[in-house]
Design a protein around this ligand. Structure first.
Ligand code: CUA
Length: 330
């Protein structure tokens, strides 16, 4: 090959590499990494992307060069020269991809092993998924509708489901795990930034799938210890409001007294009107709607979207919640 041709090939390769590198680098393909596992996963993405850019640039350069240099001239009706392959070339283009794919699989295997290692003293949280809500139970037996964790501590989740398949996912933490009835699946997360991220159900699980969201609050250790001992309840706070927040009712419902603006379920500020439509006494109606939401479904809403909370809220907490809702309903 002449020197000038080689220079042309290299220039074409550099142009292809520059364009694809720009697309990889400047487009925000991945969410900001918020945990150790996410950092490792992002490393695998970049490791693979760099290899892909290299392969693409070589192929694009040779292809473009060939199209320009060896294209048929307008007056050329002859067949091309017969080509019988090139053993050396075939060995090279088999060996290089083999090495690259092997390297990717080794890096991936190491990262997967590291990402499922919880260490000696993880914070253990039990996660139960059901249509269409998440529940998180801490070592002290308290259950919440959202997660709270200390920063830089490894958390081991024990994930299961009550009804159908669901899947736990926090995009910024990069870890995903299916929630399966009768199985206890493990997932390790180690958040490294004080922040709040969405928890998303990422397995189509029914009508309310897209609404099956919660949040994970990552706090400093001091804030977390305080939250853990008080359950997030503030001194002097209405116990019913505390329960309302604990189970994340505001994620779906509007209720002014709780500063909640959820739009998924019925507006709880109109509870009196709704109880009258259902022809039930207010407190009985509220209690029934929490324990067995499908007993009466407000017109315009679908049954089966709200999970039944029967047996999931401590009796005195349920009493406080019913009282809080009844007293503050319009
Ligand atoms: Cu639960 Cu989708």
């Amino acid at each position: 090959m002449r020197r000038g041709s080689l220079v042309q090939l290299i220039l074409l390769g550099l142009v292809a590499a520059a364009i694809t590198t720009a697309v990889a680098w400047f487009v925000p393909w991945l969410p900001e990494a918020g945990g150790e596992e996410a950092d490792r996963i992002h490393f695998v993405y970049w490791f693979t992307t760099v290899i892909a850019i290299g392969v693409f640039s070589v192929v694009a350069a040779v292809l473009t060069y060939s199209v320009l240099k060896f294209r048929a001239r307008p007056d050329d009706d002859s067949d091309g020269p017969p080509v019988h392959g090139h053993t050396g070339l075939e060995i090279v283009w088999t060996a290089i991809p083999t090495v690259l794919v092997t390297a990717i699989s080794i890096v991936s295997a190491v990262v997967l092993a590291q990402n499922s290692h919880a260490g000696d003293n993880p914070l253990k949280v039990r996660v139960v998924a059901q249509q269409f809500a998440w529940q998180f139970t801490y070592p002290n037996g308290q259950t919440y509708g959202h997660m709270t964790v200390p920063v830089n501590r490894t958390v081991e989740l024990d994930i299961t489901a009550k009804d159908v398949l669901h899947s736990f996912w926090v995009p910024q933490l990069s870890q995903k795990q299916d929630a399966v009835v009768g199985q206890h699946n493990k997932l390790v997360i180690t958040p490294t930034k004080v922040n709040t991220y969405p928890i998303i159900c990422t397995e189509l699980c029914g009508l309310g799938h897209s609404l099956m969201r919660s949040r994970i609050e990552v706090m400093t250790k001091a804030d977390y210890d305080k939250w853990y001992s008080t359950g997030g309840r503030k001194a002097g706070q209405d116990p019913g409001l505390a329960v309302f927040n604990q189970f994340g009712c505001g994620g779906c419902h509007t209720f002014k007294a709780a500063s909640a603006g959820g739009k998924v379920g019925p507006d709880l500020d109109k509870l009196k009107e709704e109880a009258a439509t259902a022809k039930k006494p207010l407190e009985d109606f509220i209690r029934e709607s929490i324990e067995d939401p499908n007993a009466y479904v407000q017109p315009g809403y679908s049954p089966g979207v709200m999970p039944p909370f029967k047996g999931q809220i401590q009796p005195n907490d349920l009493d406080a919640l019913v009282k809080f809702l009844a007293e503050n309903a319009q």
